[in-house]
Design a protein around this ligand. Structure first.
Ligand code: 5GP
Length: 201
């Protein structure tokens, strides 16, 4: 059967791709490129209790929900993984991911290290990639350039970055670390990792 055969998508086993990294490392641009360039790739829309920020679109960037709703859904087991990041909850809705995998799709999760560790435990054959900034100065410059956070939030995100990088290394849950210096090169690197791990044709 050729890979163009219409029956192929349903026979091919789906794959979960986790992209993690500190805030400002460029994860969202990388994920956007994967969605545009990788056949059969889909985005998992997380739920969060953080307030919307400039550029966010309800239902597309996130499902923006109350803390109460988040905790209720978490207690019902509706999240595949969940974590607290700088005072807010984030979680991956379980059903759409399980459905996409059953349909042979590549599902992309942009989640933090705590979530990546949980996914590594539940789904060891997921592809897990950690994106590093070229330097702390570049991370600061990118976050400041984004102008989407108040100064105090931005300071907390920066302060969190070193801990996240250390946690990713110590966890041994990320077989792949990529340094995002030139975005186009990083995208190619990430695509080739996904390809090697058998997640796309
Ligand atoms: P932001 O507030 O910048 O959108 O996201 C903050 C952090 O939460 C980022 O590291 C992002 O990858 C992570 N994140 C987003 N959605 C989820 C999720 O569903 N689960 C977990 N564990 N982290 C998430």
């Amino acid at each position: 059967m050729s890979s163009d055969d219409p029956g192929m998508a349903s026979l091919r086993k789906g794959k979960l791709v986790v992209i993690s990294g500190p805030s400002g490392a460029g994860k969202t641009s990388i994920c956007q490129a994967l969605l545009d360039q990788v056949d059969n790739a889909f985005w998992s829309v997380s739920a969060t209790t953080r307030p919307m920020r400039r550029g966010d679109v309800e239902g597309k960037s996130y499902q923006f929900i109350s803390r109460q709703e988040f905790l209720t859904r978490r207690d019902r087991g509706e999240f595949l993984e969940s974590a607290q990041y700088i005072g807010h909850y984030y979680g991956t809705p379980r059903k759409p991911v399980e459905q996409a995998i059953a349909e042979g799709k590549i599902i992309i999760l942009e989640i933090d290290v705590q979530g990546g560790v949980q996914i590594a435990g539940h789904m060891p054959d997921s592809v897990r990639i950690f994106v590093l900034p070229p330097s702390s100065d570049s991370l600061r410059a990118r976050l400041q350039g984004r102008r989407s956070e108040e100064d105090d939030v931005l300071a907390k995100r920066l302060a969190n970055a070193d801990g996240e990088i250390a946690a990713a290394r110590d966890s041994n849950c990320y077989p792949h670390f990529v340094v995002n210096d030139i975005l186009e090169d990083t995208i190619e690197q990430v695509k080739s990792i996904i390809l090697k791990e058998g997640a796309c044709t």
